[in-house]
Ligand binder design. Sequence first.
Ligand SMILES: [Zn+2]
Length: 283
Amino acid sequence: MPYYIKKLLSFKTAVAALFIATSSCAYAQTVPVLPSSPPPVVQLAPANKPMTIVVDAGHGGKDGSTRGLFSREKDVALQVALLLGQTIEKEIPGCKVIYTRTEDVFIPLYERIDIANRAHADLFISIHCNSMPSNMRGRTGVSGVETLVSGSGRLGEQDAAVRENASILLEKDYKDNYEGYNPNDPESFIILSLMKNAYRRQSIKLAGLIQQQYIKVGRVDRGVKEQSLAVLAKAGMPAVLTEIGFISNPTEEEYINSLEGREEIVQNIKNAILEYNKQMIIN
Ligand SMILES: [Zn+2]
């Protein structure tokens, strides 16, 4: 949680204030009313400071998350993340990559973003695969790519957020680490909203550029979405979570498991980073 929010609002007073301000609204749709504060100043890395990018392979270890006919999300995410990191270091001069994991281990969500915050990273990119629920008719036909940024969440866009945040339940100390966050508790949506990403605008910019690159190579565009994602909520830098394809769609499962597909995805993300840097320098 940003320091100024922490200082101004304790958990209880924040919740009470929100109850008064938005008593007729559903929690998940609520945009919290915060005391006005100056917009965050985003410092670009000085030209002589090497850019640091944290590449996060989603899930891992006991948290395998979604699976397709022959592959698991945690394995695909790891392989694509490693290839992305290697490609960035090779093809973006002076860029340093930090991985949240390089093997099949479980890393709590808060620790992933902590790694990025401690390193004063310039970007955080989380790699995931999408999936339709196993009981949904026509689930194998759904395809496409989407990139998420941390936001207050909007009606109908909660599915991925709830699923991705469910990893928290696998962590023993989640109550301490998330200041009481529990994915099944509606109040937790308010807390996540209070921890709103100060780097929202930059995150949306990067997410849009990633989607543009995917579209260029013919992927189905599911757009940029704002959701309440715990993994991104405390990011002190622009942060995105990109869903590189549906593991529940046999064609896309083949694609995200092929070397050709992985290289294409990685090139798309790398090109988006280059374009993002160019645009941030101009603006
Ligand atoms: Zn995932």
